[in-house]
Design a protein around this ligand. Structure first.
Ligand SMILES: CC[C@@H](C(=O)O)C(=O)SCCNC(=O)CCNC(=O)[C@H](O)C(C)(C)COP(=O)(O)OP(=O)(O)OC[C@H]1O[C@@H](n2cnc3c(N)ncnc32)[C@H](O)[C@@H]1OP(=O)(O)O
Length: 255
């Protein structure tokens, strides 16, 4: 089965769905490559107006990096290779010239929250939880998530989410400003997402592109990229710690 589902609607929405329910839509190299290719296609295709990222099923939007696959990476150099690959993809998602939405159909944890943070808007079902839980694994955000969070949320809210390192209800994350719209769990989530996007879809593609280009210009600097990739290096250093090794082993060996 394909790790990703891709659909394009006539109204200009591209839906990118991570399709690994048995791993709670964790990101492996196949998902990374598909996301990179999708970002390129969306950027180049003038008919595409909005990119929506979501997860298959009801349980998870994305559970972050695939720990069963990435647990094989031991040294900081090995970790940095993987982390910077996904970091570069999230940087292009952050700076893409089309509006982007993370549609949280279920839990988002770790790198799943970084993926969502790279998007312009986060819509979430009521009753789900999300959290930057990296601290509980003895690491920090490894895909540039903290740098993006500090750009997008008030300082104390961003720091609080990172330091608490726990999953919080979508309703509370809405109060923090991380979630922009809540969708009742009784409603059909894609339909509700489409309704929220209707006013944007009413604009022409060049208008949407022009506003997005203006919005992301501030992140296309060497200074910003420097901070973004320094965060990734810091995570790579912590990746080879005993604390991280032990935390991941404990998670994978749960019965
Ligand atoms: C690598 C980058 C780094 C970063 O920059 O942030 C990261 O992303 S580190 C990864 C952080 N993610 C986690 O720690 C994920 C932990 N997962 C969970 O907390 C929970 O699975 C969940 C997402 C809250 C869902 O809970 P629940 O619905 O109760 O499902 P299960 O826990 O029973 O899981 C079902 C199944 O899926 C496997 N799984 C879940 N997440 C991952 C993952 N990230 N990588 C690999 N596998 C994952 C889990 O092991 C179960 O498998 P089986 O036991 O074989 O059924």
């Amino acid at each position: 089965m394909s790790a990703v589902l891709l659909e394009r609607d006539d109204d200009g929405i591209v839906w990118f769905t991570i399709n690994r329910q048995e791993k709670r839509n964790a990101i492996n190299y196949e998902v990374m490559d598909a996301l990179q290719e999708t970002i390129r296609l969306v950027e180049e295709n003038d008919k595409v107006k909005v990119l929506v990222l979501t997860g298959a099923g009801q349980q998870a939007f994305c559970s972050g990096g695939d720990l069963s696959e990435f647990h094989r990476l031991h040294t900081k150099e090995e970790a940095y290779q993987m982390l910077s690959k996904m970091g570069a993809i999230l940087y292009s998602l952050l700076t893409i010239s089309k509006p982007t939405v993370a549609l949280l159909n279920g839990s988002a944890v770790g790198g799943g929250c970084e993926l969502a943070t790279a998007c312009d808007f986060r819509y979430a079902k009521t009753g789900i939880k999300a959290g930057f839980i990296q601290g509980t694994l003895g690491i920090t955000t490894g895909w540039g998530g903290a740098t993006m969070l500090f750009e997008k949320l008030p300082y104390t809210h961003a720091l609080d989410l990172l330091l608490k390192a726990r999953r919080m209800p979508s309703e509370q994350l809405h109060e923090y400003g991380w979630i922009h719209s809540l969708i009742s769990e009784n409603k059909e989530i894609k339909e509700e997402c489409r309704k929220l996007l209707e006013p944007y879809l009413a604009q022409s593609a060049p208008v949407l592109r022009a506003y997005k280009q203006a919005a992301v210009q501030k992140w296309k600097t060497e200074e910003f990229r420097g901070r973004f990739f320094a965060e990734i290096e810091q995570c790579a250093v912590l990746w080879e710690s005993d604390e991280h090794e032990e935390a991941v082993r404990t998670f994978l060996n749960r019965s």
